[in-house]
Design a protein around this ligand. Structure first.
Ligand code: A2P
Ligand code: 11C
Length: 358
């Protein structure tokens, strides 16, 4: 069978990478529809060497579509994906809109691929910073048990879209030219104040919410539990996060402190990670080997290094986790989910699904 695939948000930072990851995937694509806003109508993009005209995304764009990969923002997914499901298309959504919905599996294939079996037409692709953390933590949890996680993130501008990357470069040039830096987007486009990211650090990703945590920090807490444990056992791991934007274009870094149920040696943890799916261990202090955003960019893997025991607390450890936030953190994880749906013959919308998202 050949699949008709639509990419919603095809012109964006994630959408363009979805096109590229889909080209390199095992999915037999018969027809492709590249959807974006009205502004992009007239633009042409390439799929497998062929020019494809970008179309405006409207409900009827999904007629005859088997599979949708979406990354045009939460509001667009909220409005259009129920329409796609109604028309029989299975959607992999990279926005946060449906992630905590009980009818929507939240999937990282290396961790909880079987959750796909119960989908109702929409599958959520988790937040980028959550994905790379759970890829590294799940093998440790399975082998040694996991009690607590404290994560601090070093997140690239690209997480906020192509326009945020452009803003970072412009500000850097302004600074080098001796001009004032003009911040217009970061930390959050819709928030009241804007601060420059170039030569700076911004401890705010997304808006502030309950208990003075940002939405990004709450996403890491809630999504980690849903992916690793399912909602029923969510209280069994304590998770907390501090999320910081750093002046790097692509590639999120994270320092992860974790407490295990057993007390493995760091060598035993490294051994488990060395054979874990999607993980590459880069950890040799004698050779100054450790993961970095510049070496992770463009790769599908999650890179882990600086693995060591806490010197004060037995059974506690630290590690440094880096991945390309636009690939494993978004486009590749979405295409990986789609590949798995195809492999398991799950590209079909079960009856009664459309009503769940009305
Ligand atoms: P467009 O280029 O036409 O604005 P990024 O994450 O890099 O900011 O990209 C956002 C993506 O979402 C782009 O492809 C953008 O298309 C798309 N998008 C934004 N608004 C809409 C909309 N109203 N309908 C469909 N796609 C949209
Ligand atoms: C960032 N993690 O770096 C965000 C972007 O929920 O998919 C991803 C937003 C999301 O800004």
């Amino acid at each position: 069978k050949q699949y008709t695939v639509a990419i919603l948000g095809a012109t964006g930072a994630v959408g363009t990478r979805m096109i590229e990851q889909l080209e390199q995937s095992t999915i037999p694509v018969g027809e492709i529809h590249l959807l974006a806003s009205k502004r992009s109508v007239g633009k042409k993009l390439k799929f497998n060497g062929q020019e494809v005209a970008v179309e405006e995304a409207v409900p009827d764009s999904f007629n005859g579509v088997d599979l949708v990969l979406a990354s045009a923002g939460g509001d667009i997914s909220a409005r259009l994906l129920p329409e796609a499901v109604k028309r029989g298309a299975v959607c992999v959504d990279n926005t946060s809109h449906f992630r905590m919905n009980d009818n929507v599996p939240l999937v990282v294939p290396e961790v909880n691929v079987d959750a796909l079996e119960n989908h109702h037409g929409i599958i959520a692709d988790p937040n980028c910073s959550t994905i790379q953390m759970v890829v590294a933590l799940e093998p440790i949890r399975k082998q040694f048990g996991l009690k607590q996680v404290i994560v601090s993130t070093y997140q690239a501008a690209g997480g906020a879209g192509q326009s945020a990357i452009n803003e970072l470069y412009r500000e850097a040039q302004e600074k080098l030219d001796g001009k004032p830096m003009q911040a217009e987007i970061l930390p959050v486009k819709g928030d009241k104040k804007h601060y420059p990211l170039a030569f700076n650090l911004l401890p705010q990703i997304d808006v502030f919410e309950e208990a003075d945590y940002t939405h990004e920090e709450w996403k890491m807490i809630r999504e980690t539990k849903k992916i690793m444990l399912g909602d029923k056992f969510a209280k069994d791991i304590k998770v907390t996060a501090t999320c910081v934007r750093v002046p790097v274009p692509i590639g999120h870094g994270e320092t992860v402190y974790f407490e295990t149920a057993q007390e493995p040696t760091p060598a035993e943890i490294k051994q488990v990670l060395a054979t874990a799916p999607g993980v590459v261990v880069q950890d040799d202090p004698s050779q100054q080997l450790y993961p970095q955003p510049v070496t992770a960019e463009g790769k599908r893997d999650t890179f882990v290094g600086r693995i060591r025991a806490d010197v004060e607390n037995p059974g506690s450890y630290h590690m440094w986790v880096v991945a390309d936030n636009l690939l494993k953190g978004a486009a590749w994880n979405a295409v990986q989910i789609a590949q798995e749906l195809v492999k398991r013959d799950l590209v079909r919308v079960p009856e009664g699904s459309a009503e769940l998202f009305n």
